[in-house]
Design a protein around this ligand. Structure first.
Ligand SMILES: [Zn+2]
Length: 389
């Protein structure tokens, strides 16, 4: 295949045209990127999921065996548009008032598009420092896809200097973010006629108790605060997002289920909240439930867990990205990204990408053209940095 060139704008249009909502396959997008890169003489390595419906793509420009490379990382999936009021087709780009509208424009296909569109510029400089592309699937459903790519590729790479996760940060350099832990708790009680409260075990009542306990933990976390003073809000948060239970007001409910999450500061022991919750269940709640019904139960299942990103101030990789982004200081944010997983694999990582997180996941998602231009300048400086010419 002949080497084809795309402007960043054309590349964004192309990437957005693939409906890579997390529940769908991303293979068409991956095949397009693979074709494009092989047209430029770059070999790709695909890391597929178990049923071969999705894949990560890893590729290296320049000397692959050299340490100190720069990893450009992005997720290819997007959140659903279901039940959202879009004023046009989310999977084709519309330009209005200096903005490009479309699903994934800010979160985060524009970063990937800018990186890909600059492939000829990276190559033209005969890179002495490798530039690695790491494109993942299933980020939006718990940072799942990137894990096998980190295990099978990133860990075996000659140690890169820095991973740049291009989530929308308005091209600011983010060196710390919170983690995410998401759970579902199912309470099983004992149904009974509501006039006989002493014989039934109300799953709803015990769920309410458990939620009250979580809120007490949340209050404690708020008081504990954040020593770094960089996060907003400046503490670990806990929230309950869904609840369902009971069938009629005159039946003591046998089932209740609630979904909750914790957004821990990066320095919080990741086991603290869940182990205190489980201990409370085992010691304070279950014995009272089982005194009435031996089959009563409380079960908590983890739905997703992704670590926070802890600041590594002044690392050479971070200093380089600050220079490329022309930023004087690094920021901390409360949303979660794949960056914490790269850091867990012992590779310095920051977040820096075009667009604002405020536009992510929303109907009529957009990116400002000025943000795209800023990202393009970032890539041009990166090409200069890695160039041997
Ligand atoms: Zn994202």
């Amino acid at each position: 295949m002949a080497a084809k060139r795309y402007s960043t704008r054309e590349m964004i249009e192309k990437l957005v045209s693939f409906d890579t909502t997390s529940r769908n396959s991303n293979l068409e997008l991956i095949a397009f990127v693979e074709d494009y890169l092989s047209g430029h003489g770059i070999a790709c390595r695909l890391i597929a999921n178990e049923d071969d419906t999705k894949a990560n793509l890893f590729a290296t420009l320049g000397p692959a065996d050299r340490a100190g490379g720069i990893v450009l990382s992005g997720h290819t999936d997007v959140v659903p548009v279901d039940d959202q009021e879009w004023t046009h087709d989310p999977f084709s780009i519309v330009e209005r008032e200096g903005k490009l509208f479309g699903r994934g424009t800010s979160d985060m296909k524009s970063f990937i598009a800018s990186a890909l569109a600059h492939v000829p510029d990276f190559l033209a400089r005969g890179p002495e420092i490798p530039v690695h592309f790491a494109l993942s699937y299933d980020e939006e459903v718990g940072c799942l896809g990137v894990r096998p790519m980190i295990d099978s590729v990133i860990r075996t790479l000659p140690r890169p200097q820095i991973v740049i996760v291009g989530e929308p940060s308005s091209m600011k350099v983010v060196n710390a973010h919170k983690g995410i832990q998401s759970y579902v708790t199912t309470v099983t009680g004992l149904e009974f006629h509501s006039s006989q409260t002493h014989q039934g075990v109300s799953a709803i009542q015990y769920a309410a108790e458990l939620i009250a306990f979580l809120m007490k933990l949340a209050e404690e976390m708020r008081e504990r605060g954040d020593a770094s003073g960089r996060f907003r809000p400046p503490y670990t948060t806990i929230s309950v997002g869904t609840i369902k239970g009971g069938s009629a007001v005159n039946i003591i409910p046998g089932h209740c289920r609630f979904g909750w999450e914790c957004r821990p500061l990066p320095d919080l022991d990741p086991e603290e909240i869940i182990s205190r919750f489980n201990a409370h269940v085992a010691q304070e709640v279950l014995p009272r439930m089982r005194a009435v019904s031996p089959h009563a139960n409380v079960e908590t299942r983890m739905r997703a867990r992704s670590p926070g990103l802890a600041a590594d101030d002044g690392s050479p990789g971070e200093t380089l990205v600050m220079k490329l982004a022309q930023c004087n200081s690094a920021e901390a944010v409360s949303y979660n990204t794949e960056a914490g997983l790269f850091q867990l694999a012992d590779i310095p990582t920051v977040v820096c990408g075009p667009g604002s997180i405020d536009q992510a996941h929303k109907p009529d998602e957009f990116i400002e053209l000025s943000q795209i231009a800023e990202c393009d300048r970032f890539m041009a400086r990166l090409a200069e940095h890695v160039g041997g010419a």
